[in-house]
Structure formats: structure tokens, C-alpha cells
Design a protein. Structure first.
Length: 258
């Protein structure tokens, strides 16, 4: 991002490093394979904080106990504990990066009902109408074929089922924001890289949802505001907070399959 507001590695550290320097951009698969080693170090990540703050209440109000769940693009399992609280009948977690899935598997408790699998959104190895609830967080921005990915998510969701999707806000691409992170054990000079992402506009999402017979019940656009001001404060960049206060960070959709 020019000033890394949407950085996965976190505003408090990244804004210091990359205000005037653009890191190399990697293919999403390559980036997330590298990111797996440090992906759980998210304590200073303003974007993830804002995203979780918006998504968690939606999960709480829409996910009932004993349902079948798909966590599509699960990473190392950011939402696994929360989803497990609903005592799901089935809980499948997929990600395209084997190292992310490896990290998740290392954290799964014996009593857990999570089944991690390596798969891409564009070609899910799952039967039609399998899940009551689908969660897909901060993934679709890395997918070129948006319509195909949304169609696959809809295909495996039961009629009347619920889906929650969060995305990087397309506004960020206009400002040059990126998804950067620090490489594990890298030299200071070459320690930052970013994961390639694509600009999907509001109209692109709504078109893909309509084609896939998905109805948007609620749309949220979390912005830069007081809840994440401490991230700027810790980075010593309250000037950036004042400059971008009120700018949207995310799109979050609550969806029903018709």
C-alpha cells in the first residue's frame, strides 16, 4: 500500500518500513507459502483486527450449533476456535498453501472436528450442497477468476445456507496499498515482500453473487477509525491516521443462498 494500511503484517510495524519503499510482489501461492512461518504473529495487524471485529458478530448471530461448516481460505486457522464453539457436525478447512495447512494441523486438538484440506477456491474437491455455513475471509482479493470462485462457494452451500465473505476494499488499490509481510529470517534489506491482489469492485462482487444465486443480506465497510487508532499511535504515525481517517479498509458481506 504505499503506506501499508492493508498490510497483513500489521500497520504498527509496516507503516514505518514502507512509506517510501515498495516491496517486491509475489504470486499469492508463493507469498503465502513463505508467510506461513510468521502468519500467526498478528498482534500489530490493524487490518486483521478491523476484519475480525466486523466478522465475529456476524458469525455469532448467524451460525447455529450442530451445522456443517466450510472455512474457505482458512490460512493457519484464524477463525477455527470461534467456529468450533458452535459444535459443528462437520468442519472442513481448506487453503491453497500446503504450509498454511501444515500449521493448522499442528494446532488441532484431538477432540477437534476440523478436517484440513489443501484446495483452491476455483476448484473445490467437495460435493454439491454440503455445507450449512461457509466462511471466506480475506481471500477473494487474491483470486483472478472471481466469478468462478464465488460459483464454487455457492455450489457447496446448501439452499437457504449462510455465507460470510470479507475482502480487501477496492479503494485500497487506488491508493497503492499492498498486502506486505516480513520474511522469516531474512536480511533487513530484503525482508519485506507483498502478495499480489486484484481490484474487484463492488459491482464485480454483486454481479458474481447474483449469477451464483446468492443474496446479500448485509454489507459492511469498516473504516479507519478510533478502534485502530492505537496501531498508528504505536507506529508513531498519527499523522497518517488523521490523513486517512474515515477511509474504508474492508468489504464484509452476509449472504444467503436462494
Amino acid at each position: 500500500m504505499m503506506q501499508r494500511l492493508g498490510s497483513f503484517k500489521g500497520l504498527a510495524t509496516s507503516v514505518k518500513k514502507i512509506v517510501t519503499q515498495t516491496p517486491p510482489t509475489l504470486d499469492p501461492f508463493e507469498a503465502y507459502q513463505l508467510w506461513a512461518d510468521t502468519y500467526d504473529n498478528t498482534g500489530d495487524n490493524a487490518l486483521l483486527f478491523a476484519e475480525f471485529s466486523a466478522v465475529r458478530p456476524l458469525i455469532g448471530s448467524s451460525l447455529r450449533n450442530g451445522k456443517s461448516i466450510l472455512d474457505a481460505g482458512c490460512g493457519t486457522g484464524r477463525y477455527s476456535d470461534l467456529l468450533q464453539r458452535s459444535q459443528p457436525r462437520t468442519h472442513v478447512a481448506i487453503d491453497f498453501a500446503p504450509k498454511m495447512i501444515e500449521k493448522l494441523r499442528s494446532k488441532i486438538l484431538p477432540e477437534s472436528s476440523i478436517f484440513p484440506e489443501i484446495a483452491r477456491l476455483e476448484q473445490l474437491p467437495l460435493k454439491d450442497e454440503t455445507f450449512d455455513f461457509v466462511l471466506c475471509t480475506l481471500v477473494l482479493g487474491h483470486v483472478v477468476e472471481l466469478n468462478r470462485a464465488v460459483a464454487e462457494l455457492s455450489r457447496v452451500l446448501l439452499s437457504g445456507g449462510t455465507m460470510i465473505i470479507s475482502c480487501f476494499h477496492p479503494y485500497g488499490t487506488l491508493l497503492g496499498w499492498d498486502r506486505s509481510f516480513r520474511l522469516h529470517n531474512a536480511s533487513k534489506r530484503n525482508s519485506w515482500v507483498s502478495a499480489k491482489y486484484y481490484r474487484h469492485l463492488h459491482s464485480d462482487y454483486f454481479s458474481a453473487f447474483q449469477t451464483a444465486h446468492l443474496k446479500v443480506v448485509k454489507m459492511l465497510e469498516p473504516v479507519i477509525g478510533e478502534p485502530i487508532k492505537p496501531f498508528y499511535d504505536r507506529a508513531g504515525r498519527l499523522d497518517l491516521y488523521e490523513r486517512f481517517k474515515g477511509y474504508p479498509l474492508l468489504l464484509v458481506f452476509l449472504i444467503l443462498k436462494q
